[in-house]
Design a protein around this ligand. Structure first.
Ligand SMILES: NC(=O)c1ccc[n+]([C@@H]2O[C@H](COP(=O)([O-])OP(=O)(O)OC[C@H]3O[C@@H](n4cnc5c(N)ncnc54)[C@H](OP(=O)(O)O)[C@@H]3O)[C@@H](O)[C@H]2O)c1
Length: 255
């Protein structure tokens, strides 16, 4: 059992996002080299890659648009050329917008398609692109790892909109089928945060945030570092776990 990821390489899509940044930092602190995958946040991704704690292999920021399968294939080829490996793929990219669940007219097809293409198809496409590197035999043994960022919304069906909740239920389903299909070479896990204290969430209505915390048995929101800790645990301590969902939600579904 080891907490040391030195010599390993992780690719994190949505790496410059609120949770993505904490995950990149958590992996780098464990010694892992990180590719901070970005879509629009190029400058933030480069700045983050530059301030990650140094690892045995170099960090980088690279374009990782998960709805563009050709770009994902090109990214995997570049990672293969530059690092010769990919041990961990964190599917952190995700999108949504607040639409009240009862207001189906406001949930237009373009938004539904964007959510499903990013949150669901994007994961399948990223795993497809990185599968050869993830499944490649590595010195010292051990499986490759995929961590999918799911959400408490997958089980509670409470979240930013109906399509988002459905997309996260699909993520947990994908985690199971991919875990079965890719074993034993690659493990696949979901990390399912409750509402997390990111900058985006901090900008939301204070009273609403306080209400969410009050409805959570542990009486607060998730810290991004706690979500990152679950990803690092998936890559280190949880070596015999696959096809499972790791909740980081303070017990919110119990309330
Ligand atoms: N925050 C929460 O409370 C919470 C709770 C449960 C689950 N989650 C899940 O956790 C994940 C990260 O959420 P977050 O709070 O960190 O959100 P965030 O700050 O909005 O980050 C989302 C990231 O996804 C990336 N992204 C969006 N569309 C993309 C695309 N087409 N291709 C590639 N990347 C794309 C964005 O990249 P760029 O910035 O480079 O454009 C962004 O950095 C999401 O899957 C979200 O659903 C979040």
């Amino acid at each position: 059992m080891t907490l040391d990821l030195s010599g390993r390489l992780a690719v994190v899509s949505g790496g410059a996002g609120g949770l993505g940044e904490a995950i990149c930092l958590g992996l780098a602190r464990a010694g892992c080299a990180v590719v901070v995958g970005y879509h629009r946040s190029e400058a933030q991704a480069h700045a983050l890659a530059a301030r990650l704690p140094a690892a045995a292999l170099p960090h980088a920021a690279l374009h990782c648009p998960v709805t563009d399968s050709a770009a994902l294939a090109a990214l995997a080829a570049e990672v293969g050329r530059r690092w010769g490996r990919c041990d961990i793929l964190v599917n952190g990219a995700g999108t949504t917008r607040f639409v009240p669940h009862a207001d189906l007219d406001a949930l237009d097809d373009a938004l539904i398609d964007e959510i499903l293409a990013t949150n669901v198809r994007g994961i399948i496409a990223a795993v497809r692109a990185f599968k050869p590197l993830l499944a490649a035999p590595r010195a010292g043994g051990g499986s490759g790892l995929v961590v999918n960022l799911s959400s408490i919304a997958a089980v509670t069906a409470m979240g930013s909109n109906v399509a988002y909740c459905a997309s996260k239920a699909a993520v947990d389903n994908l985690t199971k089928s991919l875990a079965r299909a890719l074993a034993p070479a690659v493990r696949v896990l979901s990390v399912a945060p409750g509402l997390s204290d990111t900058d985006f969430v901090k900008r939301m209505d204070r009273a609403w945030r306080d209400e969410q915390a009050a409805r959570t048995p542990l009486q607060r929101l998730a810290l991004p570092d706690e979500v990152a800790a679950a990803v690092v645990a998936a890559a280190t301590l949880l070596s015999f776990s696959t096809g499972a969902v790791i909740p980081v939600d303070g017990g919110r579904p119990l309330a």
